[in-house]
Design a protein around this ligand. Sequence first.
Ligand SMILES: Cc1cc2nc3c(=O)[nH]c(=O)nc-3n(C[C@H](O)[C@H](O)[C@H](O)COP(=O)(O)O)c2cc1C
Length: 319
Amino acid sequence: MKNKVTQILNIKFPIIQGPMNWLTDAKFVAAVSNAGGLGILGPNAGQENPTRDSNEIVNRMHQEVIKTKELTNKPFGMVLVITMNAKDTQALVNIAITEHVPVVMINGVPGILKPELITPLKENNIKIIYRPLNPTVAEVREAEKAGADIIVATGFDEGGTLPKQVIGTFNIVPTISDAINIPVIAAGGITDIRHVRAAFALGAEGVYVGSAFLATKENRAASNIKESIVNSTSDDLYLFRTLPYFYRSLPTTLGKKLKNMSDSGASREEIDQLMHGMMRIGMYKGKEEGYISLGNGISEIHSILSVKDLISNLMQDFI
Ligand SMILES: Cc1cc2nc3c(=O)[nH]c(=O)nc-3n(C[C@H](O)[C@H](O)[C@H](O)COP(=O)(O)O)c2cc1C
């Protein structure tokens, strides 16, 4: 079954894998695309070691794009804003154009979709998925005018960096869908077929999924983390605040510490400093010293599946 999202992205099923930093790589992204969804390379995709060198960050993304193209001939995407530097973003736009990457995902705040960013993408027929970090009606209307092809409406149920407004997926999706004419895809807490059906009932025309993909065989998360996802529920997740967002973590040593600091009024700077780089340690390395960011939908994840089987489960109404 085709809909606007599958037509715009030229994919089989309206399911998009949310980029997840170190936990994405060419193999995983290609597995999602080969199974009929849209895989997206996140920042630090496929990397082993951290770097702060801008040229190196851009170069590494370029290499991962090349590897992805070797593993799939289906559409896939890449994130476009990795560092805070406009020159790096421009370099990533150039990679998207020269490597014919079909889709880019832009994460952002109001005003980011400037003509100098959007025009070259449009001229090269690259589709733009825009995900406001804090979705509001005003911002998505602005993004629609600026040329975004698809908007992600993210609810507070998600994993990763949580929106500033504490509005759940159930409410943000219809609010955003009613506000614009381009298709909206729902993010936050989508891990089983009931969540997918609910998202479509609320006006979404696709789903944008992170946490459920972490518990797949092809994902880079450490195997003990995949087991923890299967064995945990949303009730196990600690919520803490940082600059200026909220995060969740399973109760690792660092997760507990961050929650205690947050509860006892530590400054956001202090919390932010302790978190820096520690998602990689928690989720890629599988160590207690890191934090483990997940969405509320983990309660409905009961086994570690292949990417293909997960997509078949979630997309059973579209086969
Ligand atoms: C561990 C983890 C890391 C993430 N890293 C990123 C990232 O680097 N860039 C980004 O745009 N979104 C990131 N996200 C957000 C996802 O792309 C997606 O919006 C989110 O996972 C959807 O909610 P769900 O986890 O409930 O499915 C991350 C999410 C998780 C769980």
